[in-house]
Design a protein around this ligand. Structure first.
Ligand code: CP
Length: 333
């Protein structure tokens, strides 16, 4: 089998090949099984140290990277930015170099500034995983979204030709950007939808279409991905009122009636109930929101495995120990 995963860092979907995405999703499918065991732990990363460095709030991503590390027997350390020396004026580079002096194998970083993980990856010898950088990318979210859809449909190849509708605050969404890139690479047709103030000019260059009429766009979609309104990143005045936004771009049962019978509803979370998604849709049978969270754990275990599983002297050997079905040599049993 050709070597399809041999990299130090996971910084974005943009620089992943289709083969690498297939490799990650295939490995993640194997790791789903670990969560169903009584003893949810495998020895794969015993002796490895993983640091979570989150400069922005997070529930799903931070917890999921931490649990993923612990389930693989790695030591997981969370840096609480609010009580660290970052508050005393230490630069990001100094913080990272000081952390690296303690010999971690991987730093998982979330930061409000786009490009932070890329910068750290240049300075650090250990692996860096992007857990969300500014408005740029959130690669593990897009991977878990692709896994969720492919699991529901019965295979990664089912993503080819699928129609994905991404609705909401696309301009401020790293999730949207990673998903446009990811689903397009896998052969899906992506449309973004939202008020003109929330759709960046030229977004089509990423490989998607634009439709501002949600009621019309929802009809053709196999998957509707609702985005959180990123009120903390927005300037005021992008939409007249929450009520009007919900009416035009919120997913409620009225708009859902126009969708395909077996439409898949996704949302990266956290959700603003009643704003971008109504409670009956978020909790209804079409929604895979909690399935996304469960798949996030499997994807993050797969990322740790592929990045750290066989790293020796800075050279990744992970792929050399991964057989085609991705299971037997993972030492899961
Ligand atoms: N989807 C996501 O990134 O959620 P958190 O902000 O809770 O990590």
């Amino acid at each position: 089998m050709p070597d399809t995963f041999n990299r130090k860092d996971l910084l974005g979907i943009e620089d992943l090949s289709v083969e690498e995405i297939v490799k990650i999703l295939g490995s993640a499918a194997s790791f789903r099984e670990v969560a169903e065991r009584d003893i949810k732990k495998v020895p794969t990363l015993r002796g490895k140290t993983i640091i979570n460095l989150f400069y922005e709030p997070s529930t799903r991503t931070r917890t999921s990277f931490e649990i993923a590390a612990k389930r693989m027997s790695a030591d997981a350390i969370n840096i609480a930015v609010a009580s660290s020396s970052i508050k005393k004026g230490e630069t990001l580079k100094d913080t990272a170099l000081n952390l690296e002096a303690m010999s971690p194998d991987c730093i998982v970083v979330r930061h409000g500034s786009s490009g932070t993980p890329q910068m750290l990856a240049r300075y650090l010898k250990c692996s860096v995983i992007n857990a969300g950088d500014g408005l740029h990318e959130h690669p593990s979210q897009a991977l878990l979204d692709m896994l969720t859809v492919s699991n529901r449909l019965g295979g990664i190849e089912k993503l080819d030709g699928l129609r994905i509708l991404i609705v909401g605050d696309v301009a401020h969404s790293r999730v949207a950007r990673s998903n446009i890139l990811g689903f397009s690479k896998m052969g899906a047709h992506v449309t973004v939808c939202g008020p003109p103030t929330m759709i960046p000019v030229g977004i089509e260059h990423l490989g998607c279409d634009v439709n501002h009429d949600m009621t019309a766009a929802v009809k053709d979609a196999d998957v509707v991905m609702m985005l959180r309104l990123q009120l903390e990143r927005q300037a005021a005045g992008l939409f007249p009122s929450p009520r009007e936004y919900a009416k035009l771009y919120g997913l409620d049962s009225l708009k859902l009636k126009r969708a395909k019978k077996d439409v898949i509803i996704l949302h990266p979370g956290p959700i603003n109930r009643g704003l971008e998604i109504s409670p009956e849709v978020a909790d209804g049978p079409w929604s895979l929101i909690l399935e996304q969270v469960a798949n996030g754990l499997a994807v993050r275990m797969a990322l740790f495995y592929l990045l750290l599983g066989g790293v020796k002297d800075g050279i990744s050997n992970a792929n050399k120990s991964l057989n085609p079905d991705g299971v037997r040599l993972l030492n899961l049993r």
